[in-house]
Design a protein around this ligand. Structure first.
Ligand SMILES: Cc1cc2nc3c(=O)[nH]c(=O)nc-3n(C[C@H](O)[C@H](O)[C@H](O)COP(=O)(O)OP(=O)(O)OC[C@H]3O[C@@H](n4cnc5c(N)ncnc54)[C@H](O)[C@@H]3O)c2cc1C
Length: 569
């Protein structure tokens, strides 16, 4: 394939600017952006990816890499049936009032096609997560598992030196900040399912026995989760000679006669005009733009509560607005209860800790206010009700001995002495629940809440919030605890607490798009030449999070759709 760049100089606004010409310009290097680039490159189009950060992959590289793809072709391998009707029924209940039906159908109809295409035309490989249930089990059409899929690990050696240019995994997706694990392995470890200890040993052995890798860095060469996905996509793009410019932020869009015909890129201090038949914006959301957060998101809100990539500051959202684009769902995010730790540039998510037995979450009045085992977006939706921010996660010494919490490994592993000293004091502790409440400044009776919860734990029935009564809750329960794997008493001192904030793993409002991922203007007409995907676009799943992988699944599907539309137009 020939990648043709026309390079010339033009005078614009009195400034000489170097000019490049490609067929398709992709802004951002997350999974959706890379999928769009690859799809277009496979149609023999010249494609350029520009990335603002010094490393490629964005939040996608730091993510779990899971995709939520209804009716995917891997479902039969885990014995689960799915149908278009069921998927549409489920999604329409969740987002039918917020999202155009044509877009919902485009996602369901093209998700499987995108995945099959990638498996045939790239290095991307996935396995179905049999037990990863959709997040709203009570709704018609919810699946008990299998719509969420997990990337196969990948060897960093396949990437050569380009491995070093990839964003590292989020620190919370590695044991002790070192060893990665797949989502399926993570579920085994956390629920202490049979074989969990053998798995820990195997992960440690693989990591420490990779002597050449260890001599180079702490970074594991067994890529998992988002690193596996982005590594596989990057390898596929390298095979097609698709250039990816790092440290090259897009600054604005070039618009002529109502058509977007490229973007201004800053590269090595130079202003370049990259002209293109189509521009695909995959530059993430506005997670780390405090001004935009305060303008659009529910209050209180802090950029530091986000676990997304710090370079996602809504640049192309603003450029889209300047080009006349409409926006939608701007008050929404992929919410997640977060904790912030000293010395880290993004928050950590409490995806699983809340569900393990022997902990509760309470508000400032010392009251539980929701089922702690629900999925992360639902958890923050509960925290956003008055009086629930910050919330406190409370647990006892048995919990601390048995389960990981944030950066801390289970005490029983006796490895926390290896942790950086800045983690030593992240928890508030006290010898009694009353003393803990006093230290936290909790106004109501935390002791009453704990003893009521302990009664439920003994019965195995959470009479207030039904924790542990559906397939999703049980995913991160402890299978050794009965009758309810999500409930155990909080009774063994000392007792511990940590403040939790309504954070996110990405914003989900953005430029309004149609079923082809074309950006729409305020009159509802497509802006010619402009596409938006991922968190730059308003989400196809509206205000909800249908299941694990529901941010990357649609991002990649609409990246795929955008590329097909752009190359055919
Ligand atoms: C710990 C964690 C686990 C997660 N697990 C999952 C999961 O398993 N499944 C799932 O679906 N979601 C998951 N998510 C959420 C998911 O990672 C994000 O929603 C998703 O990656 C967003 O994709 P994106 O392409 O919109 O943005 P990103 O992947 O963040 O990519 C945007 C890129 O654009 C670049 N950029 C920004 N501005 C510019 C500019 N002006 N010019 C050029 N480049 C620019 C950024 O630097 C960045 O590299 C997780 C998130 C976290 C933090």
């Amino acid at each position: 394939m020939v990648i043709a760049y026309a390079t010339s100089y033009c005078a614009r606004d009195g400034m000489a600017a170097q000019q490049h010409t490609v067929d398709i310009l992709v802004v951002g290097s997350g999974a959706g952006a890379m999928t769009a680039a690859l799809r277009a490159a496979c149609e023999n189009k010249s494609v350029l990816i520009v990335e603002k950060a010094a490393k490629y992959g964005g939040t996608s590289a730091t993510s779990g890499g899971g995709l939520w793809i209804p009716c995917n072709h891997l479902l039969p391998s885990v014995g689960i049936d799915d149908s278009r009707d069921n998927a549409l029924k489920y999604l329409r209940q969740l987002c039918g009032t917020d999202v155009a039906n044509r877009s919902i159908e485009a996602f369901v109809d093209n998700g499987r096609r995108m995945l099959e295409w990638l498996e045939e035309n790239s290095h991307v490989r996935y396995m179905a997560m049999q037990h990863y249930a959709d997040y709203y089990q009570e709704l018609d059409g919810a699946a008990p598992g299998g719509r969420s899929i997990d990337p196969y690990p990948y060897s960093a050696q396949e990437l050569g030196d380009e491995f070093l240019n990839m964003q590292d995994n989020h620190v919370q997706t590695k044991v002790m900040g070192m060893m990665g694990y797949t989502n399926i392995e993570g579920a085994i470890l956390l629920s202490k399912s049979p074989g969990w200890f053998r798995l820990v040993l195997k992960l440690a052995l693989d990591y420490f026995m990779d002597i050449p890798g260890r001599l180079k860095s702490r970074k594991s060469r067994r890529l998992t989760m988002g690193n596996a996905l982005i590594g596989r996509l990057r390898r596929s793009l390298l095979d097609k000679n698709v250039p990816l410019w790092l440290n090259s932020p897009a600054k604005s869009l070039l618009v002529e006669n109502g058509r977007v015909c490229g973007a201004v890129i800053e590269r090595a201090g130079e202003r370049l005009e990259v002209r293109a038949d189509a521009v695909v914006l995959g530059s993430g959301g506005f997670e780390h733009n405090q001004t935009l957060r305060e303008q659009y998101l529910p209050q209180p809100t802090q950029a530091e509560w986000s676990s997304a990539s710090p370079t996602n500051t809504g640049d192309m959202l603003l450029a889209g607005l300047e080009a006349g684009a409409a926006t939608h769902l701007m008050d929404e995010a992929w919410w997640g209860p977060s904790i912030t730790l000293p010395g880290e540039d993004r928050s950590r998510q409490l995806f699983t800790e809340r569900s393990m037995p022997g902990c509760i979450m309470v508000n400032r009045a010392g009251k539980r206010f929701f089922n702690e085992s629900v999925a992360y977006t639902t958890a923050v939706q509960a925290m956003q009700k008055s009086g629930n921010t910050p919330a406190y996660v409370i647990f006892d010494s048995r919990y601390k001995r048995e389960y990981p919490f944030g950066p801390l490994l289970p005490d029983a592993m006796h490895l926390n002495w290896l942790q950086p000293s800045r983690f030593k004091h992240i928890l508030t502790s006290a010898s009694s629940i009353d003393a803990l409440a006093t230290k936290l400044g909790i106004s109501g009776s935390l002791s009453e809440t704990v003893s009521r919860f302990n009664t439920f734990a003994a019965q195995g029935k959470d009479q207030d919030f039904k924790r542990g009564e559906n397939a999703y809750d049980l995913l991160y329960g402890d299978v050794r605890i009965s009758p309810n794997p999500c409930l155990a008493p909080i009774e063994e001192g000392p007792f511990y607490a940590m403040e939790v904030y309504p954070g996110d793993i990405g914003t989900k409002g953005g430029l309004l798009t149609n079923e082809y991922a074309q950006v729409l203007d305020t009159s509802g007409a497509p802006i010619a030449g402009l596409y938006a995907i991922g968190n730059t676009a308003a989400s196809v799943t509206g205000r909800y999070y249908p299941g694990a992988g529901a941010t990357l699944g649609p991002a990649m599907t609409f990246g795929f759709i955008a590329a097909e539309h752009a190359v055919s137009g």
